[in-house]
Write a protein that binds this ligand. Sequence first.
Ligand code: GLP
Length: 246
Amino acid sequence: MEILVVKDYQALSEKAALIVTEEIKQHNMPVLGLATGSTPEGMYARLVEMFNNNLLDFSSVVTFNLDEYAGLSPDHPQSYHSFMHRHLFDHVNIMVENTHIPHCGDQNISEFCREYDRAISAAGGIGLQILGIGGNGHIGFNEPGRFLSVYTHLVELTEETIKANSRFFDSPREVPRQAITMGMGSIMHASKILLLASGNNKASAIQKTVSGIISTDLPASMLQLHHNVTVLVDQDAASLINSSGN
Ligand code: GLP
């Protein structure tokens, strides 16, 4: 794992956007795995800025989002569909048909999940997977527990995640209880992974992610088994790393 510590959120967003830019420029048909949440917002803003300055072309970019709430209409303002359009897709020359976000509608959920994984493989696999991290160490919506799933699947959200994500909704009761997420295998298959974290509230999860101990209780710790992971954190999120000797 490469751990890059930068000064603050702005530096993190800049650096993350540069890594994405490199990936886009290096491939004829770049395949990006995208994340939502507050953390990558600055990175998306920077990518849009670069596009507006004619420094980036999204016309051949293919994207697969990590996850989406289940039971929330794609046009709900807090859906990850809406998030992606608001922060990136509506502002760059990406082709909507090249963007993928889990949503099964009336389709059988297992069938949908299998198709999502097949679509990723058919696109040649994910070249660069962007990840945020939950305070409890979840990635995508792969929550801590006794088991982790390999493939895209339906997941019950933990109370901690529901509480954390309630800040985006009018009340915790409105937060969906389930989500569809890429599984750990889908994530681990990406050629490169970029994990982003900012702020003190992520420090403990980041410390455990890089500590050497791998456990299903902290799904992000599995990333230690991947051959090409960059953990890009600001000083606050990195604040507990040294105290553990890492
Ligand atoms: C959600 C998403 C994750 C994201 C996490 C952290 O639960 N499913 O993909 O990484 O929240 O979000 P934030 O960046 O807002 O802290």
